[in-house]
Ligand binder design. Structure first.
Ligand code: CU
Length: 133
């Protein structure tokens, strides 16, 4: 038991060191995508709207370049059940819209990778959208 606890403490310490040793990427960490609506109706051609927010100011961030998208049912154990994501023009600055077919009711994971103007690194977020019957 003692050894076990020691091992855990040592591992935690190592993680702490690794974290501190990582180059600072504080700025990009301040950005996050948020779902405007957490649910959609299951079916074809549904629109998902997200907002990119700078958490230090609470403001929406326009002109991000979303270079990778994926929508699948990983939250319900069906990561192989992926659906095509088609970007659409946003309706207001700082919002980004996607069209997709939700072929099944349940939880879908929207993975987004984006570049923010003037920042190094990228925003990598996973959001859960619930498709309702
Ligand atoms: Cu499914």
């Amino acid at each position: 038991m003692k050894t076990f606890h020691f091992a855990r403490a040592a591992a935690a310490a190592l993680i702490g060191v690794a974290f501190v040793g990582t180059p600072a990427r504080a700025e990009i960490k301040n950005y996050e995508f948020q779902l405007v609506q957490p649910t959609v109706k299951a079916g074809a051609d549904r629109v998902v709207t997200v907002r990119l927010v700078d958490r230090t100011t609470g403001k929406a961030v326009p002109d991000a370049v979303i270079f990778s998208t994926r929508l699948d049912m990983a939250p319900d154990g069906m990561q192989e059940m992926a659906t095509k994501v088609t970007p659409m023009p946003g309706t207001e600055p700082g919002t980004y819209r996607f069209k997709a077919t939700f072929g099944m009711a349940g939880r879908w994971q929207l993975s987004l990778d984006a570049k923010v103007q003037g920042e190094t690194g990228s925003v990598e977020n996973k959001l859960v959208v619930t498709a309702e019957k």
